[in-house]
Design a protein around this ligand. Sequence first.
Ligand code: OOG
Ligand code: NI
Length: 500
Amino acid sequence: MICFQKVDIHSVGGFVKDIILPKRNDPEFLMSSAFVSTDRIRSLFTEAMSQMYRTEVPQYGTLIELVADVNREVLAANPELRERLNRAGELARIDVERHGAIRLGTAEELFTIRRLFAVMGMQAVGYYDLSVAGVPVHSTCFRPIDEAALSVNPFRVFTSLLRLELIEDETLRAEAEAILAKRRIYTPRALALIERHEQAGGLTEAEAIEFVGQALETFRWHGEATVSAETYKRLHEAHRLIADVVSFKGPHINHLTPRTLDIDEVQRRMPERGITPKAVIEGPPRRDCDILLRQTSFKALEEPIAFADEAGRKQGTHTARFGEIEQRGVALTAKGRARYDQLLASVRGEVQVGAAGAKATDYDNELAERFKALPDSWDAMRREGLAFFRYSAAPAGLAAAVRGKLPSDVEALIATGYLTSDPIVYEDFLPVSAAGIFQSNLGMDQQQNYATRSNRAAFEDALGASVQDELELYAELQSGSLDAAMTMLGIAGPQLKTVA
Ligand code: OOG
Ligand code: NI
């Protein structure tokens, strides 16, 4: 650790130092004044969060082991899948976390979190209104946008802002506001490094390591509530989520989510390892061609906490933290998404899963049955404009282009094998699924539906920026890839615009 005496990063937390530096403790690198990429900072952050969360929530470590076992088995049984993942550079980081979630209390906290995530190359994409599901928050996803960054590390954070205006009791609302106004969730050094990043345009390796250590302070668990037992009880009665956001020093990370290659199998095996899964897997059913996002979680743990008036004695308990897994498929176009939303709504209208998981099997069966209406082949989904694809010029096409002019029609080019298409992965979240994850972990597993009270303008005001439209991002990726492929094949023209 000689490098530490040479560079001025004494305020790096010992914890971060221990987990990150053994992997990259080259003194020259640490002393370099060159900026590191935002991708690098995001990767350091993901790793540090993963280590911290495993220490904080041991059951999460058990879930990670189960996911790794199942992934290993799936890969052993599917050499073709293994090869595809290997080609895409995915194999080495298959078990690395894909997302986490936090819940913020004030507009200022959201404003600053946007700046904090920007240091790691993450921007706000999408607006999710969870009030429809009886959860008083609205949310966005902070994630990398461009393809290169996503392929280095797609880690994203589902970030919710509490909507105190939805609390009916005015006295309680004022009290919650006053409690939140007093807390400071960012360390002064984190704020200074965010400013340094904004002004200088980046951070050096040493600064990046320090930044990650400081950022971790915001997301760590605090077993000491900032409120009395009596206040906690009243907040909890108003809504469990309000107690979770208002009663603590900061927005503890409430879950992390690795990627699984077989979500049904992990769900099935959770009880064998002493983990209780939520009743149903959220999202679309199992298919040959995966669409959007499937997720499931284990029930949040009941953890001991100490109230402010009890001098550090662990008197109460709080339920907030859990573990989740995800499996991603192709991003759907507006047309495909409308079909998905309508099919899902029809299933949920038909079968309501009860609090203790009653009717879960009926729900799964109905889901599988109704989704048969949606084509389950890449080709059909592409031709019908239901999903987004990345196009590329095939070697055969490039060879043919040298010999003569090619047809300009996309379908003809695909049929001749001159043009190929690959599904574009869905990088975002699903509001109905997110609501299901929230409800399960707030101990309200019963599915509920409320009237929408979305307020995107207020959210963007607090954020200090507008959220990006996820569909536009996928459409740009698709049309950009098609333009590039057509150019390589020596074809140009307005026919490109006709693809959904
Ligand atoms: C977030 C729940 C939503 C997901 O994966 O849809 C979520 C929360 O409980 O704070 O993480
Ligand atoms: Ni999640």
